[in-house]
Design a protein around this ligand. Structure first.
Ligand code: SF4
Length: 312
């Protein structure tokens, strides 16, 4: 008996194109050529290249570099609208900067991702800055490092250094004032507790102050030009804990936005023993203490921390 041959319908390129776009939609971070080969095994190299070229020329996808591989990523219609009038390269750079969010992205990484020449990237960045679509922000991580982010974004604390930095400089005096004020407030609360209660246990319990109260006290003092968050005050209180001047207690409380469900309480304490001389000099907290010797890679003679400390 003759077997009936099954006639295979040729899959049109346009079908591949639709499936290609669907694959891109499923992976907004982009897909590699390997993924396309795996998902569309019937689509040969020539057809893939035709589709890629067509989508690139229509401005529907971006071609990015990830390591040694190329990534195809669906264009964000929003960024295309924002950079209206700009060419494809400008749209691509804008999209890369947008993806970096408020942590920003360094020019070297932009170049690496878009695979353009430095002169081209510089020109595009200038254009986007002039159009007020992006801005350059100096990072506290490195004095000469600028990161780029969308114009309307508030830079992340890791970029600005938060409240403790002003124009990349660490505000040591401001931190010191806050340190003193937080400690002063906790001491006042402890003194008030001592006066109000006769029982030492009740005195101790009453001297604990919630983080919220310390934060409110510092905010009401108006000594900061920037709005301090509770986390900022917690950082200051932590330094007091490390100095042995304050202790912290956690009590179960209402679940907070951070989800830990604890209330942090602080109280001033008298250190049981005074800080030793060694702990007040750089070597006391030096991470390379055991590798430090005369003639070594680090030595007391060449140590910058020691030099600074001796000049104080
Ligand atoms: S001299 Fe400098 S490098 Fe050596 S232990 Fe002291 S702080 Fe560290």
């Amino acid at each position: 008996m003759a077997t009936a041959a099954v006639k295979e319908e040729p899959i049109e390129e346009v079908d591949f194109e639709t499936r290609f776009i669907m694959l891109c939609q499923a992976s907004p971070e982009g897909i590699t050529d390997n993924v396309i080969q795996k998902e569309l095994p019937q689509c040969d190299t020539k057809q893939r290249m035709t589709i890629v070229n067509r989508l690139l020329s229509m401005g529907k996808i971006d071609l990015l570099k990830s390591g040694s591989k190329l990534l195809y990523r669906l264009k964000d219609p929003d960024s295309a609208r924002q950079v209206k009038g700009g060419d494809n390269q400008e749209k691509l750079v804008y999209q890369i900067i947008k993806d970096a969010g408020n942590k920003g992205i360094w020019i070297r990484d932009i170049r690496f991702k878009c695979n353009l020449l430095l002169t081209q990237v510089n020109k595009i960045l200038k254009n986007l800055e002039t159009k007020k679509l992006i801005k350059a922000v100096k990072s506290v991580a490195a004095s000469k490092k600028k990161v780029y982010m969308l114009y309307n974004l508030e830079p992340d604390r890791s970029v600005t250094g938060g409240a403790w930095y002003s124009d990349q400089d660490f505000e040591s005096e401001f931190v010191e004032v806050l340190n003193q004020q937080c400690f002063k407030y906790l001491e006042q609360r402890a003194a008030a507790a001592r006066e109000a209660k006769s029982d030492p246990i009740a005195q101790r319990n009453a001297s604990f102050t919630p983080l919220e109260d310390v934060w409110k006290y510092i905010s009401d003092l108006g000594i900061s030009k920037v709005q301090l968050s509770k986390e900022d005050i917690e950082t200051i209180l932590n330094t007091l804990i490390y100095d042995g001047k304050v202790e912290r207690s956690l009590v179960a409380g209402q679940a907070t936005a951070s989800g830990d469900g604890y209330v942090k309480l602080y109280r001033s304490v008298q250190p049981l023993i005074p800080t030793t001389g060694l702990m007040r000099m750089p070597c006391g907290a030096c991470p390379v203490f055991d590798q430090c010797y005369e003639g070594g890679a680090v030595s007391p003679t060449t140590c910058v921390y020691m030099k600074e400390w001796l000049e104080i």
